[in-house]
Design a protein around this ligand. Structure first.
Ligand SMILES: C[S@@+](CC[C@H](N)C(=O)[O-])C[C@H]1O[C@@H](n2cnc3c(N)ncnc32)[C@H](O)[C@@H]1O
Length: 337
């Protein structure tokens, strides 16, 4: 899939004291410039009705950190840079009965619509979920869900939902191919095999025809998981609507435990900084908002923090190396802070 083919419906950590500025390269190959989104301009007013303004960003190739997102104009502290809808999302198993099975919004028992043990927050979400749920509900997922629950795995649930979307024709099998994959060891691949067999068996037993299942190979399964491992976001809802940046920042910290996980396209191109200038927030559902944490200059790289920035340098280094497989090159880490 070409970067230019993105459907751009362009969306937690504590802000670190701004002792460092974020580095950015001047030798850039621009891979992507945005086309359409809803943004809040610096004056806080919505765009005119002539259509949404493009977000002030571009994706370009850097020398040291692969692709990265850069500001195409000055962005003010607190501005919403863009929003993003998930490509695929899934509630945590512990939240299945309390959040919408499609958008992950907290369920209101009065207006919720039930279907075979899962709930949707609205008829609209129930309708939208057909892209995966019409296939999913044909199969028995007991063994697969048990495997995820007992082993504490969340990402295979995203693969299951994506597989159902591909079978229903709602997504191409290679929809995540553009995202950077994790380097998997042979041991990691072996561990994934059980999940693959459980997923495939559930669909085979549900009589999904071979013609719809040819993409579902062990290679596809591990390949998708490798990309999810690097790019998935854990969603914590900041209940209520906060327009104030500081409210948003503290809400991110105080939010309840994760309601689910999701993969986005454009937010996946944001690199990490342990003193980030941007953060990603979720207000009431899996639709994400990317917000500027401070004033950002034109040309500056936009970076978020994937982990808890308040951890020590050693703790961050070990988490990033074990969880994401890279050594952080941000100024804070380089200075040993
Ligand atoms: C979510 S992706 C970000 C986009 C990525 N650069 C790309 O081209 O797709 C995360 C990957 O980007 C690279 N990366 C992000 N932040 C980094 C940092 N602070 N230092 C070094 N590498 C970083 C690592 O390779 C990491 O696995």
């Amino acid at each position: 899939m070409s970067p230019l083919a993105f459907v751009l419906t362009l969306s937690c950590y504590r802000r670190w004291p701004s002792r460092f500025s974020t580095p950015y390269s001047h030798n850039l190959l621009v891979l992507f410039s945005s086309t359409a989104t809803t943004i809040t301009p610096p004056n806080g007013k919505e765009s005119p009705s002539s259509g949404p303004a493009p977000p002030p960003i571009r994706v370009a190739l850097t020398e040291s950190t692969g692709r990265a997102v850069f500001a195409t104009r000055r962005i003010g502290a607190g501005d919403t840079i863009h929003t993003a809808k998930p490509i695929v999302s899934h509630p945590s198993l512990s939240a299945i009965t309390t959040v919408c099975y499609f958008c992950l919004k907290k369920i209101n028992a009065v207006t919720a619509s039930q279907s075979q043990g899962v709930s949707f927050c609205s008829e609209n979400c129930k309708e939208s979920s057909k892209v995966f749920y019409d296939v999913e509900k044909k199969a028995d997922w007991l063994a697969f869900d048990d495997y995820c629950r007992t082993q504490g795995l969340k990402y295979p649930l995203l693969v299951k939902r994506l597989a159902c979307m591909v079978i229903s024709g709602a997504a191409p099998a290679g929809i995540l191919d553009i995202l950077q994959p994790a380097n998997l060891t042979q041991g990691m691949i072996l561990k994934m095999e059980e999940g693959f067999h459980l997923l495939r068996n559930a669909l085979v037993k549900a009589n999904i025809g071979d013609e719809h299942m040819s993409f579902l190979t062990k290679q596809w399964y591990t390949d998708v998981l490798a990309r999810i491992r690097i790019n998935a976001f854990r969603i914590e809802l900041a209940a209520g609507v906060y327009e104030d940046l500081l409210s948003l920042a503290s809400a991110s910290i105080e939010a309840e435990a994760a309601v689910g996980n999701a993969i986005y396209m454009l937010p996946s191109f944001y690199n990490l900084d342990c003193d980030p200038n941007t953060h990603i927030v979720w207000i009431e559902n899996a639709d994400a908002k990317l917000k500027a944490l401070r004033d950002i200059d034109e040309g500056e790289e936009l970076r978020i923090c994937y982990i808890d920035a308040s951890m020590s340098c050693d703790a961050r280094e070990s988490l990033l190396s074990q969880g994401f497989g890279f050594k952080c090159n941000c100024l804070r880490c380089m200075s040993g802070d």
